[in-house]
Design a protein around this ligand. Structure first.
Ligand SMILES: [Zn+2]
Length: 268
């Protein structure tokens, strides 16, 4: 009952604004939320009791924030700030989406392959290059999109390499790949999984997964795929490196996002 009577600290209010805004955007409820918040704004003057009646059921959507939201919505400033936050983040997300689409288009134009970037994932010009028969695409996830790095490279070859898995680990050790995945020389890679000679959409594929461990003790996951495209006569390398992992729930989505980008690749 404490939170019924206690004023929220400034920090708690900020946390609440962040949490609610994030949930609203995740569920793409920004239009509904903005309309709703605008409509309760005058009510917070009249009396918070009335607002609670409206706010309560609406917040059910956002999961469990405890009883604190009553105090939160009693404060008109909070409602204003939340509105602002949702509007800002919506604008940012729309820009991210636009940029991801543009970068995706630029990739298909230059490299003759298709890749769908998620919002918040951007081409890194400094590591991306295209040659006649080889190329490297470096992609980074913004912090707001969960972070992480992706490297996709290819080379023209006339036949499938005899050992696809060793081609994968060779490519991972190349400087350009290390740069694209921002792996420094003092980051240790420990192999944790290997799958050889799978078939993905008719392509011969091998996968190696590693745990990365840097000198500061941070660790995460690196996943690399070697892909032989018979139609385009190209050997493709797809690699991803997660942000530092601590074992919390959101990390599953992070890994899924990186895999989704790799999985969106259409090579011919
Ligand atoms: Zn192909």
């Amino acid at each position: 009952m404490e939170s019924f009577t206690r004023e929220l600290t400034r920090e708690e209010q900020e946390q609440m604004i962040d949490k609610i805004a994030t949930e609203v955007l995740k569920r793409r409820l920004e239009t509904v939320a903005i309309m709703f918040l605008e409509s309760i704004k005058p009510m917070t003057y009249i009396g918070s009791q009335l607002a609670i009646v409206f706010v309560g059921p609406f917040l059910g959507v956002f999961g469990d924030f405890g009883i604190n939201y009553i105090k939160f919505f009693e404060n008109r400033q909070n409602v204003e700030k939340l509105l602002q936050k949702i509007e800002e983040q919506t604008e940012m997300r729309d820009e991210d989406e636009k940029k991801a689409k543009e970068d995706g288009k630029a990739i298909s134009k230059t490299y003759n392959l298709r890749l769908t970037l998620l919002p918040g994932f951007l081409l890194r010009q400094e590591v991306t290059k295209s040659g006649e028969s080889t190329g490297m695409i470096g992609i980074a996830g913004k912090e707001s999109a969960g972070g992480g790095f992706i490297a996709i490279s290819f080379e023209k070859t006339e036949s499938s390499p005899s050992g696809l898995a060793s081609a994968v680990s060779d490519q991972l050790r190349k400087e350009e790949t290390q740069q694209a995945l921002t792996l420094s020389t003092d980051t240790l890679l420990r192999e944790i999984e290997k799958k050889e000679d799978m078939k993905i959409r008719g392509h011969k594929t091998s996968m190696i997964a590693y745990e990365w461990l840097d000198p500061t003790g941070q660790k995460g996951r690196v996943e690399c795929y070697g892909f032989w495209c018979n139609k385009a006569q190209r050997l493709l390398f797809l690699g991803m490196r997660t942000r530092p992992l601590k074992g919390d729930k959101t990390e599953k989505d992070h890994i899924k996002d990186l895999r989704a980008i790799l999985g969106s690749l259409k090579c011919h």
